[in-house]
Design a binder for this molecule. Structure first.
Ligand SMILES: *[C@@H]1O[C@H](CO)[C@@H](O)[C@H](O)[C@H]1NC(C)=O
Ligand SMILES: *[C@@H]1O[C@H](CO)[C@@H](O)[C@H](O)[C@H]1NC(C)=O
Ligand SMILES: *[C@@H]1O[C@H](CO)[C@@H](O)[C@H](O)[C@H]1NC(C)=O
Ligand SMILES: *[C@@H]1O[C@H](CO)[C@@H](O)[C@H](O)[C@H]1NC(C)=O
Length: 279
């Protein structure tokens, strides 16, 4: 069988059996929209069926994305450096746990098979998936009891009072076998302005609030500048061999499609002090 497939001259799949090795690491140089280059580290773990992607923004913010395929959960973690001269602690950690749609990402198995021909290449994505708004509705306060959402929420252990979820996603996860709305609700505290009947009373946005001790709605935009978001299939031209005699119409994986996507999270903070970037 053929062992490699050239992928747009950039990446290729190694059709090898990974013996005993379940975590694969890929380092990608990505040019962001401001023209700066950041290095993403992508780790795929087939055994746990997760992918993690990590990079440091040029402003110092460390972003970690964890994709858990078992529950279709995405965790976006941001470690934002504090502004010490404004009385902030050295850093703030926030986690946003949301449900993704099937097909938003390639599988951990396909990701583990990606290799780069030239690791120094600077890459830009082919497709811009734009910006999605996420209105968070509560804190995930008990990470230990949240295993129906993901068994990998320990990456948020530094974000005990700043891990956020949405009602609408809890509803989806409550339908997973072994889960229920009562289990999930027992590990979530709704924001004070989010009522049980889903009516929201109004709280001002942080950029409209002047006192730094006042509660407000903060927003934080997190962008993943480059990630494999789909497989490309080509027709025909597959190597002829005695097993497959119908080459002409056969389709095979011949590449990956890459995307960029931003997420704009809005969430309640008890003090504007926790949201000083939103001005
Ligand atoms: C996100 O919210 C902003 C501000 O409310 C709005 O202008 C924009 O159209 C929204 N984007 C999407 C994709 O809904
Ligand atoms: C594929 O290989 C077989 C023999 O292995 C041969 O008979 C056949 O003509 C080949 N088909 C093509 C399309 O080359
Ligand atoms: C291959 O595709 C062509 C055109 O799409 C079609 O006419 C032909 O019947 C197909 N052959 C097979 C063996 O499916
Ligand atoms: C993020 O969403 C909030 C609330 O919808 C909106 O006011 C803000 O303009 C958005 N920020 C960006 C960068 O799109």
């Amino acid at each position: 069988m053929k062992s490699t497939i050239n992928v747009s001259g950039l990446l290729y799949f190694l059709h090898t059996i990974l013996l005993g090795c379940t975590a694969e690491v890929l380092q990608i140089n990505v040019q962001n929209q401001g023209g700066e280059v950041v290095q993403e580290t992508i780790t795929s773990n087939i055994h746990d069926d997760i992918i993690t992607l990590e990079f440091q923004r040029t402003d110092g913010t460390l972003i970690t994305q964890l994709i858990d395929f078992r529950s279709e959960a995405q965790v976006l973690k941001a470690l934002v450096l504090g502004e010490e001269e404004r009385g902030q602690s050295q850093y703030q950690v926030m986690c946003f746990v949301t449900k993704f749609q099937k097909g938003d990402f390639i599988t951990s198995d396909a990701m583990a098979k990606l290799r780069q021909k030239n690791p120094t290449t600077i890459r830009t994505p082919e497709e811009d998936r734009g910006k999605e708004n996420y209105t968070m509705t509560g804190w995930l306060v008990n990470l230990d009891r949240s295993s129906p959402i993901s068994r990998h929420l320990s990456i948020c252990s530094e974000a005990k009072d700043s891990t956020y979820v949405r009602d609408v996603d809890l509803k989806s996860w409550s339908e997973i076998p072994g889960s229920s709305m009562s289990i999930l609700e027992s590990s979530v505290t709704s924001f004070p302005h989010v009522q049980s009947n889903h009516q929201q009373t109004s709280v001002s946005r942080c950029n409209e609030v002047s006192g730094i001790w006042a509660p407000c709605i903060c927003s934080l935009e997190l962008c993943i500048g480059w990630f494999p978001c789909g497989l490309k299939y080509c027709k025909g031209k597959i190597d002829n061999n005695s097993i497959n005699n119908n080459q002409i119409n056969s389709s095979y994986r011949c590449g990956i499609k890459t995307c960029r996507k931003c997420s704009n999270f809005s969430y309640y903070v008890r003090q504007k002090q926790q949201c000083l970037w939103d001005e």
